[in-house]
Design a protein around this ligand. Structure first.
Ligand code: CO
Length: 211
C-alpha cells in the first residue's frame, strides 16, 4: 500500500494516544453524545479546517462545508444539517465562514466553463449581480475579489436568516445568533464582518415569516 495512505492510519493511532495521555476519559465522554454550541458553514477548501482555526475540540462544532460556503435554499444536505443543528442539537450560534482566495468565488468572477460545478457557481454569480454597483466600481482586481468574498458571506448569512428553520427558531424565542466571518489564508486570522442576526427584523419585509 502507498506510504502516504498508510501514514494516515499511523497518524490516527498517535492522535488517539496523545488525547488519552491528556484525558484518559476523552473518548468515553464523547461517546455519551454531542451538545455543540456552534454550527459552522464553511468552504470545502482544505486550508480552512473548521475546528483547527478556532481552537475547538471534538464535540464543539457541528460542521457543514461545501464549495464557497453557500446557503442554497434547495440544498437538502445543507437544510438537513441546519434542521438537525437548530432543532435537535439546539446550537446557539451559526457562523458562515468564507475565506479570501476562494476558488469558487474566483470562478464566479470569470467566464470560463468548468463543468457541472458551473451550476453551483451560478449562485455566487447572483451575489455579484445583487452587488454589481459596488463591485463593478472596484478597479483593482485583488480588491474586487476580496470584496466579492465578503459580500458572498453577507448574502449567505441573509439566506440563512431567510430559511423557515432559522425564522421558526426565532419565533419560538430560541436563542440563536447568526454571524458572517472571512478567514485570511495568508495570516490565519478571522475577520468578523459584523453581520449579526438574532431575529428576522433586519430582513426585507417580503422575506419575514410568521409576522
Ligand atoms: Co473556498
Amino acid at each position: 500500500m502507498n506510504k502516504y495512505y498508510k501514514q494516515l492510519i499511523e497518524n490516527n493511532k498517535n492522535w488517539v494516544a496523545d488525547n488519552l495521555k491528556i484525558d484518559p476519559d476523552f473518548f468515553n465522554k464523547l461517546a455519551d453524545g454531542q451538545q455543540p454550541p456552534l454550527l459552522w458553514i464553511g468552504c470545502a477548501d482544505s486550508r480552512v479546517p473548521a475546528n483547527e482555526i478556532i481552537g475547538a475540540r471534538p464535540g464543539e462544532v457541528f460542521v457543514h462545508r461545501n464549495i464557497a460556503n453557500m446557503v442554497v435554499h434547495t440544498d437538502m444536505n445543507m437544510l438537513s444539517v441546519l434542521d438537525y443543528a437548530v432543532n435537535v442539537l439546539k446550537v446557539k450560534h451559526v457562523i458562515v465562514c468564507g475565506h479570501y482566495g476562494c476558488g469558487g468565488v474566483q470562478a464566479a468572477l470569470g467566464n470560463q466553463q468548468i463543468g457541472l460545478i458551473d451550476n453551483w457557481i451560478r449562485h455566487i454569480k447572483d451575489v455579484y449581480r445583487f452587488h454589481n454597483e459596488e463591485l463593478s466600481k472596484i478597479e483593482n482586481e485583488k480588491e474586487k475579489f476580496d470584496r466579492f468574498v465578503e459580500l458572498n458571506v453577507v448574502e449567505q448569512v441573509m439566506d440563512l436568516a431567510k430559511t423557515s428553520i432559522i425564522q421558526n427558531a426565532w419565533t419560538n424565542n430560541q436563542p440563536l445568533h447568526i454571524h458572517g466571518w472571512v478567514y485570511d489564508i495568508k495570516d490565519g486570522l478571522i475577520k468578523d464582518l459584523g453581520v449579526n442576526f438574532e431575529n428576522n427584523s433586519q430582513l426585507p419585509i417580503v422575506y419575514q415569516l410568521g409576522i
